[in-house]
Every structure is written in C-alpha cells, then in structure tokens.
Design a protein around this ligand. Structure first.
Ligand SMILES: [Zn+2]
Ligand SMILES: [Zn+2]
Length: 118
C-alpha cells in the first residue's frame, strides 16, 4: 500500500466514523483535489470498496465547490520534466511529491514511486 493510499484510507475511515462530517475531509483544496482524482483514477477500478472510495472522493471534490475547483484547474504550473507551462487541468500530478507531468512526459508512476493521477 502506498503512503497516499494509507493517508486516504485513514481519512476515509475518520470521515465515515464521524458520520461524514465535512471537518473530516482533507483540509486543503489541493489535497481534496488529489483525493478526488485518486479515487476516480483507472487504477482504483479493481478495489473492493470502490463505492466507498468514490463517495469519499466526491465529497472532497464537492467541498472545494465548483467555481473554486475551476479556478484551481485554471492555474498554470510547470511540467517537472520539460519545464513547459500548462494549466493544471492539462497536467498530471504525483500524489506523493506533487511533481507535475505534461501529456508528453506523462507516466503512471513518478520517480519517487508515487502514483500519478489526473
Ligand atoms: Zn513535459
Ligand atoms: Zn513523485
């Protein structure tokens, strides 16, 4: 199990235990976005508790709010490999080290062995 997966599972458990309290979601918009992208990534499809994972992922996405989420995706950032600037919506993100990858440099696993999502 990856570090992110452990964090995600711990948070998800807190959230369900708290009767889905908004205070037990991830704290920052960025973390909430990662949780959402991770929950809905291809790699999750074979998880046994996929419906719980998706519900928790969606709750994090919802807590950001639509307009904040759009703003977040519109921010520009650099690909960690080629240095090109893109909108965040066109970059993929390593959930462990926050490295960003453009579509040309994209990979499923980051150099830090973290999972790349988005
Ligand atoms: Zn690149
Ligand atoms: Zn990484």
């Amino acid at each position: 199990m990856t570090k992110f997966q452990k964090r995600f599972n711990a948070k998800m458990k807190e959230w369900y235990d708290s009767d889905k309290s908004i205070t037990n979601l991830f704290t920052t918009e960025y973390q909430r976005m990662l949780a959402y992208l991770w929950a809905f990534s291809e790699a999750r499809k074979s998880e046994e508790n996929i419906s719980e994972i998706k519900e928790f992922g969606s709750a994090n996405r919802k807590a950001i709010g639509d307009s904040n989420y759009d703003n977040l995706l519109r921010t520009r950032d650099y690909c960690c490999r080629c240095g090109e600037t893109y909108r965040l919506e066109n970059l993929s993100i390593c959930v462990e080290c926050d490295n960003l990858f453009c579509y040309r440099c994209n990979r499923r696993i980051c150099g830090c062995s973290g999972e790349v999502v988005g």
